[in-house]
Design a protein around this ligand. Structure first.
Ligand code: ZN
Length: 271
């Protein structure tokens, strides 16, 4: 075989590979969405039925990929069911509607406990003393491809979709944040001007929440968000999807930043 023939063969293999991947993707997306999954989304995620039809179809498509590509593990004896997996996948995929997405490419495993789970933590004080403590958690997001959730709390969080408390939205917002390489409340935004505006608005709102927390005032945004900028972004994500009308009225600039980032306006989905 001459060098030219070899080069031609390599090019043909490359072209066929691209075509094959595209066909496989099209075939996968044309497979009907299981009716049982549709039923679970409609009965367990109140916001699902209020989504415009095009967004519902988009969400179904994302859920199909999520269910195919992420591995779920039941922990502490929890027997995994489609209800558990689809209820988690459906909420996680709300965050990637209308956005250029790689479907949580860093995430591989979703671990689900029956209820809140205990995690060991080590902390080092300024004087260098390391202490260990055990903490009860509802959820946890790891940068090494793992989200851990308590099913009890997932279910409670999604059934009340207007209290601004949702552990799945919270942990998957951390996953988006972690895609930038560090967990700092600044996910990948796309352009320099987006970062300038994001930093200005989120910094000032974060400081405002810290002041409210320190002075004992109540706030729309859960004051756990005052812990650090990463928690602030995760908590505001919960508020944005669950209490969008209130967030738009009381924090208009913050609402606009979140609306631009998530590329949806959940205030339009309210009855
Ligand atoms: Zn968090």
């Amino acid at each position: 075989m001459t060098a030219a023939q070899f080069l031609l063969l390599v090019c043909m293999i490359a072209v066929f590979s691209v075509v094959f991947v595209k066909l496989k993707r099209r075939w996968f997306e044309r497979k009907p969405f299981p009716s049982e999954w549709q039923r679970i989304l409609a009965s367990n995620i109140p916001i699902y039925k209020r989504l415009p039809q095009a967004l519902q179809a988009q969400l179904n498509n994302h859920v199909k990929y999520f269910m195919r590509d992420k591995t779920f593990y039941g922990c502490d004896g929890l027997v995994l069911t489609d209800e558990i997996k689809v209820t988690i996948a459906g909420q996680a995929c709300l965050l990637i509607l209308n956005r250029p997405t790689n479907q949580y490419f860093k995430l591989h495993h979703v671990l689900v406990y029956p209820s809140s789970f205990v995690a060991s933590r080590s902390e080092q004080s300024a004087s260098g003393v390391v202490s260990h403590k055990k903490t009860g958690l509802l959820g946890e997001s790891w940068s090494q491809g793992k989200v851990i959730l308590s099913w009890d709390d997932v279910f409670k969080g999604v059934k009340n979709f207007s209290d601004g408390q949702n552990v799945v939205l919270h942990e998957f917002a951390h996953q988006l944040d972690q895609e930038s390489g560090s967990t700092n409340g600044a996910p990948l935004l796309g352009s320099q001007s987006s970062y300038q505006s994001w930093t200005r608005v989120l910094s000032s709102e974060f400081e405002r929440l810290q002041k409210q927390a320190n002075s004992g005032f109540s706030s729309l945004i859960d004051q756990y968000g005052a812990t650090n900028p990463a928690e602030f972004f995760a908590v505001v994500t919960e508020t944005f999807f669950e209490r969008p009308v209130q967030l738009r009225r009381r924090h208009p600039e913050l609402f606009e930043e979140m609306k631009t980032f998530y590329a949806v306006d959940p205030s339009e989905w309210i009855d």
